[in-house]
Design a protein around this ligand. Structure first.
Ligand code: AMP
Length: 495
C-alpha cells in the first residue's frame, strides 16, 4: 500500500515525501484511514513502528480546517516523558511543515511564560506531560472545552509511572464528544480496562505481538561477578571488544545513582561517555541527547525513564549493565538498537542474584539468551583515584553492591524496586511546576526551558552520597582504544 491510498492531503503527502518515507509502516497503514474517519483508536504498537506518524499525519489533516481560539487547544497529545513529548513535537514540525498549524510543547522544566504566551494566541496541537498540563489548568491558564482530539501515547508507561490519575483527571475535563487515540506497547489487563474508560467504540489495531524483541538485534548474556568494580571492568572489556563495530552505544542501569557512577567511571577511563537520567535539568537532558544524536557523544549511560522511546537510528549497541527488573524494559532497551532496518547488538551483564529477572526476560522473549564469556580476563579491582574537588562527596554507603537488588515480587510494578520508585519520583517531580525563581533562571536553546525540574521536592540539585561510590581509575584501553571512543584526555584521567 502507498501513502497516497490512505486518504491524506497533498500537503501532508508532500511532507512525507520530503521526510523520505516510501511506504507506510503497518501501524500507519492500519491506523491512518480510521483516524481520518474520526474513529477512536486502541493501538498496540511499540516505539520504532512508526506510530508517531500514525497519529500525527492524520491529525494534521483533521486539524487543517478550523482555527484555534485563545487558550483553547484543539488537540492534546499526552506523553509520559519530556523527551518523548519533545520527540513528538519534532515529528509534528516535520510532518506539518506544509500546514499552518500551531503547536506548543508543555513539559516540566520548560518556561511557563513562553508557553503561556503561545497558548494565549491559541494552538492547534498541545503536546504535554500530564502533570504540567494539569498544573496549567489549575492555574486557570488553559481551557479544555474545545479539545476535540486527544492522544494518549505510551499508556503502559503512564501507568508504570503513576500518571494515570492525572490522565483520568484530564480526560474528565475534556468534552465527552471527542476523538481519542490511545497507544500502548503492551495490552495488559489494566491497560485494556483504561482504554475502555477513555475510548468510545475504538478500532483496535495491533502491529506486533506485545514485547516482541527487535528481530535484527543480536542478544548476548555476559555472566559477571557481583563486585561493582569487576562488573564495570567487564563492561569496559566488552566495549573494547565491540569497539570496531560500535557507532554509538546506550548503557542502561537500573538506578540513577549507578548511572552517575558508571558514567564517571567510563569517563575516567578515557571513554566518551555521558549520563542521561531523570534528575538532570531539562536543558541538560536535551543538550546531552542532541550531542548523542549528532555523534559528539558515543556512549550514553542512562536510566529507563530517560531513554524510553527515544528514536536514535545510529545506536549500534545496547548494554544492560543490570538485568532490568521488569521484563518489558528489556524489550524497550534493546529496541533502541536494530532500528530502521539496521542490525544491532544487545549485551546484558548478569549476576547470579539477578536470575529471577533474567528468567522473566527470557520467558517474555521466548528464548534463552546465548551466554558468552570475555575472551580475556577482565581486569579486577584497581587503585582508587582521588576524586576531584567538585566531586567530593560524603563517604559512600558501606556494604551496598551495584548489582544487588531487592528480590522481586508479584506486587504491582510501581512499588517493586528502587529504580521504579526513584525514577517515578524523579519523573513525577519533573512534571510538577517550577517555582517563579526557577522560571526566571530558565532558558533553553531550541524551545523555552527552565533549568530546574522541580522545586517542590528539591530533588534535582540534591547530591546523592551514593553517587560517589569509590571507583577504579586506571586500566584504560591504552593503545587499543579506538580513536572514536576517545574524548580529549580529561585532567583526571590516569592514562
Ligand atoms: P516511531 O515509532 O514513531 O518512534 O518512529 C520510528 C522511526 O521510524 C522514526 O525515526 C520515524 O522517522 C521513522 N518512520 C516513521 N514512518 C516511517 C515510514 N513510513 N518509513 C520510514 N521510516 C518511518
Amino acid at each position: 500500500m502507498s501513502f497516497e491510498q490512505l486518504g491524506l492531503s497533498s500537503e501532508t503527502l508532500q511532507a512525507i515525501k520530503e521526510a523520505g518515507y516510501d511506504q507506510p509502516t503497518p501501524i500507519q497503514e492500519k491506523a491512518i484511514p480510521y483516524v481520518l474517519m474520526g474513529r477512536d483508536i486502541m493501538g498496540v504498537a511499540q516505539t520504532g513502528t512508526g506510530k508517531t506518524a500514525g497519529f500525527t499525519l492524520p491529525m494534521i489533516d483533521i486539524l487543517s480546517s478550523g482555527r484555534a481560539k485563545t487558550r483553547m487547544p484543539r488537540s492534546i497529545i499526552l506523553e509520559p516523558t519530556r523527551e518523548l513529548a519533545s520527540q513528538v513535537a519534532d515529528s509534528f514540525e516535520k510532518y506539518g511543515k506544509n500546514s499552518k498549524l500551531t503547536m506548543a510543547l508543555l513539559i516540566g522544566g520548560e518556561s511557563m511564560k513562553d508557553q503561556q504566551a503561545l497558548l494565549q494566541r491559541g494552538v492547534d496541537v498541545l503536546i504535554a506531560t500530564p502533570g504540567r498540563l494539569l498544573d496549567l489548568f489549575d492555574r486557570g491558564q488553559i481551557l479544555l472545552a474545545d479539545t476535540k482530539l486527544l492522544v494518549i501515547d505510551e499508556a503502559d508507561r503512564m501507568l508504570d509511572m503513576g500518571f494515570i490519575p492525572d490522565v483520568e483527571k484530564l480526560v474528565g475535563l475534556l468534552p465527552p464528544l471527542r476523538q481519542t487515540l490511545f497507544f500502548s506497547a503492551t495490552m495488559a489487563p489494566e491497560i485494556r480496562k483504561l482504554s475502555e474508560k477513555f475510548l468510545n467504540n475504538p478500532k483496535e489495531i495491533s502491529v506486533a505481538p506485545p514485547a516482541s524483541p527487535a528481530a535484527l538485534v543480536t542478544q548476548r548474556l555476559l555472566p559477571c561477578e557481583a563486585e561493582p568494580k569487576k562488573k564495570r571492568a567487564a563492561l569496559r572489556e566488552l566495549l573494547k571488544q565491540e569497539a570496531g563495530e560500535m557507532q554509538s552505544a546506550l548503557i542502561f542501569s537500573n538506578r540513577k545513582r549507578d548511572v552517575a557512577t558508571l558514567q564517571r567511571s567510563l569517563e575516567r577511563h578515557g571513554l566518551n561517555a555521558k549520563a542521561l537520567h531523570g534528575d538532570m535539568a531539562q536543558p541538560a537532558r536535551m543538550e546531552t541527547l542532541n550531542a548523542f544524536k549528532n555523534g559528539e557523544i558515543k556512549i550514553l549511560v542512562c536510566s529507563d525513564v530517560a531513554a524510553r522511546g527515544l528514536d536514535i537510528p545510529a545506536v549500534s549497541h545496547v548494554f544492560n549493565f543490570d538485568v532490568p527488573t521488569h521484563a518489558e524494559d528489556y524489550v524497550h532497551r534493546i529496541g533502541r538498537t536494530g532500528r530502521a532496518g539496521r542490525s544491532g547488538k544487545a549485551y546484558t551483564l548478569f549476576l547470579p542474584s539477578e536470575k529471577k529477572y533474567l528468567e522473566s526476560v527470557q520467558k517474555l522473549i521466548g528464548f534463552e539468551i546465548q551466554r558468552i564469556s570475555l575472551s580475556d580476563e577482565a581486569p579486577s579491582a584497581e587503585p582508587v583515584k582521588e576524586e576531584s574537588k567538585e566531586e567530593a562527596q560524603p563517604a559512600p554507603q558501606k556494604g551496598r553492591k551495584t548489582g544487588q537488588r531487592k528480590s522481586s515480587s508479584s506486587k504491582p510494578r510501581k512499588s517493586e524496586d528502587n529504580k521504579t520508585q526513584e525514577d517515578n519520583a524523579g519523573q513525577q517531580a519533573e512534571d510538577k511546576p517550577v517555582d517563579e525563581e526557577t522560571e526566571k533562571a530558565a532558558k533553553s536553546s531550541k524551545k523555552p526551558a527552565a533549568q530546574k525540574t522541580s522545586s517542590r521536592k528539591g530533588k534535582s540539585r540534591k547530591k546523592d552520597p551514593e553517587l560517589l561510590e569509590n571507583d577504579e581509575s586506571t586500566s584504560p584501553f591504552g593503545e587499543h582504544t579506538p580513536a572514536f571512543l576517545l574524548r580529549p584526555v580529561p585532567q583526571t584521567a590516569s592514562a
